[in-house]
Design a protein around this ligand. Sequence first.
Ligand code: TRP
Length: 332
Amino acid sequence: MKNKNLLLTIVALVAVVVGGIFLTNQKNDKKPQVEGETVRVGVLQFVTHEALDEIYRGIQDGLAEEGYKGDKIKIDFMNAEGDQGKIATMSKQLVSNGNQVLVGIATPAAQGLANATSDLPVVMGAITDPVGAKLVKSLEQPGANVTGVACPEPIAQQLDLIKKMMPNAKTLGVLYSSNEDNSKLNVERFTELAEKEGYTVLAYPVPSSNEIAATMSVMTSKVDAIWIPQDNTIASAFKTVVASNKEAKVPIFPSADTMVKEGGLASVVVSQHGLGISTGKMVAKILKGAKPAETSVDVVDQGTPIINKKVAAELGITIPEDVEKAAGEIVE
Ligand code: TRP
């Protein structure tokens, strides 16, 4: 008798504990992903350029690493080709297409998605300044349906590299688009720091890629070096930037490895593919039930130097030995 009672008590206790765990899980995870189910992820890329293409490849690789590959995932991909009107319509489509999580690659795309929904989770792919772009309340506690990966330029390291490679430079030109929040904010940060270190900074905002060639011909006659932030308009027309510098041969320090490979001189950068992988993993986390409001933004800002030796030779610049040694990547 005694034993039977004890057994009943134990069974009852176990039932309460297991039931409790089950209920708590249910509460934290309203729509848990069912094993074997195909998840649907909508992706909006702002424009085509090498860096964003690389980020998209990284996102797919990051998702695959977390098991979302083959028939486990259906990606609904759209590219707005730099068109604000398309951002709005595509964002609406991605919201109504039955996707579980949305991803915005570059600031204007993430802003479009965030405007289109206040409940579907939106993951930011490689956003320079999520707070400045009003995408999240704070990096630690995003507060609503948006979280993701931030990649502020490692400005201090970049400036340090300019100083080491061009010890006599006094005037720095900055080329960026006047329509991108991501650039405006970081141009301010760069200007403040460079001026503090004694440089004269001349800013050259362009309203669109159509003005790049004319702007370059003016700016190259006035500056010793050119710095470029992670600007989508400039990145998508980087060939024009390089072509318009053929005669003047002013060293260009752009904020992405892809632009250094396409003819920039050097920079300190984070890997675009790596940014994509981090974004893909964040999407996986959200698919598994994490809430964007409480999932802190992943900030990737530890840069590695990259130098284009071919460009250095063309410009007649000798790379200091310690700079070459510290480089994570050398483009020959
Ligand atoms: N950070 C940019 C944004 O917020 C997007 C971006 C990521 C980018 N990597 C880049 C732009 C490289 C130009 C070059 O919109």
